[in-house]
Design a protein around this ligand. Structure first.
Ligand code: ZN
Length: 339
């Protein structure tokens, strides 16, 4: 059976929709014109994945400006207008973040319309990404809770309510993005896994979590250059996730200094292995992709490997991202031929 393929989540937005190659882009349009353009961009994002041969597709996150704020700002208790600068991911870089001013409540669905629309575009497997509780905590300014743990559980309850409705809308995979897990190792054990399990409490679908070294932006590239020859962060993260309720763990491998032997620490989970580097505009050949899959196969049985991208491709040039989609699917097929 061929290796299954998916993407971490985002694809670049067209320049007519938002400022290109930015992780916090401004929209080009407003109101109903913006909504219409987001749907057109979603059609393209899903279409490009289907055309490339990707098995589990996403909406390309075309309807949210940033993967965290697009969720957080729709919740009650979050003041989207009150933006404050703060250091995020262990002060790796600064971002303008919305402020938590009261009790977190999911008063309205956040991504339900996005999922309903994307569901009309493909009969294949559909995945939606949502920021995980710890990453949400790390990307807002808290003026209400005074405890990362308590705020994290509040976000987890909101996510659980959201997921329950997404299942009714036909979602197949929900992936919680937790790049913060690669930074706050003490908090993973203290409350991160418990919050993740709470967020998935009502998830009658494939439960995935994505932990990565971030987009290929300069602050991340600089950070990664200082992490040494062997990036051992996953050696701390994977055993903890192996004890969680998740079915699938999405991590990066291609073009990184992640030692492939850490894959053996994923317990009995499926691993969505990053076989496409999002920090480089060089497009992998299918042979490159197959070689990365071969590395993973040294430590994981074939049935527990899904082939994915290292992270979201939002900040990349569009033509390069689409070319990488084709290499992802072609490389997975190439690796499968020898089975
Ligand atoms: Zn990522």
């Amino acid at each position: 059976m061929p290796f299954r393929t998916t993407i971490a989540g985002s694809l670049p937005k067209p320049a007519w929709l938002a400022e290109p190659e930015r992780i916090f882009p401004n929209w080009r349009l407003e109101g109903p014109h913006l909504a219409e353009a987001q749907r057109d961009a979603t059609r393209i994002a899903v279409g490009e994945q289907v055309r490339a041969g990707v098995d589990v597709v996403t909406d390309g996150e075309q309807a949210r400006s940033h993967f965290v704020h697009g969720f957080a700002e729709r919740l009650g208790g979050v003041d989207a207008q009150k933006r404050q600068k703060r250091g995020i991911r262990g002060d790796r870089y600064e971002a303008l973040c919305p402020t938590v001013t009261g009790e977190i409540r999911r008063n309205v669905p956040v991504h339900l319309d996005d999922v309903r629309f994307a569901r009309t575009l493909t009969s294949g497997a559909l995945k939606l990404t949502i920021p995980g509780p710890m990453t949400l905590v790390d990307t807002v300014v808290d003026e209400a809770y005074g405890s990362r743990r308590e705020l994290g559980f509040a976000f987890a309850r909101a996510i659980a309510a959201e997921i329950a409705e997404l299942i009714d809308a036909g979602i197949d995979v929900v992936q919680l993005d937790e790049p913060a897990f690669n930074v706050y190792f003490d908090e993973i054990e203290a409350w991160g896994i418990a919050a993740l399990d709470l967020a998935f409490a009502l998830a009658d679908c494939t439960k995935a979590v994505h932990v990565c070294y971030g987009y290929g932006i300069p602050a991340n590239v600089e950070w990664k250059n200082n992490l040494g020859e062997r990036w051992d962060q996953y050696a701390l993260v994977l055993p903890a996730l192996a004890r969680s309720c998740v079915d699938e763990i999405s991590i990066e491998l291609a073009g990184s200094r992640v030692p492939p032997d850490v894959l053996a620490l994923a317990g009995d989970k499926t691993v969505a292995v990053g076989v496409i580097d999002v920090a480089s505009n060089a497009v992998e050949t299918p042979g490159d992709v197959a070689a990365t899959i071969a590395l993973a196969r040294q430590y994981l049985p074939d049935e527990r490997i899904v082939c994915s991208t290292n992270c979201g491709m939002a900040p990349m040039p569009r033509d390069i991202a689409y070319a990488k989609l084709r290499s992802l699917a072609d490389g997975a097929l190439l690796a499968s031929v020898g089975l």
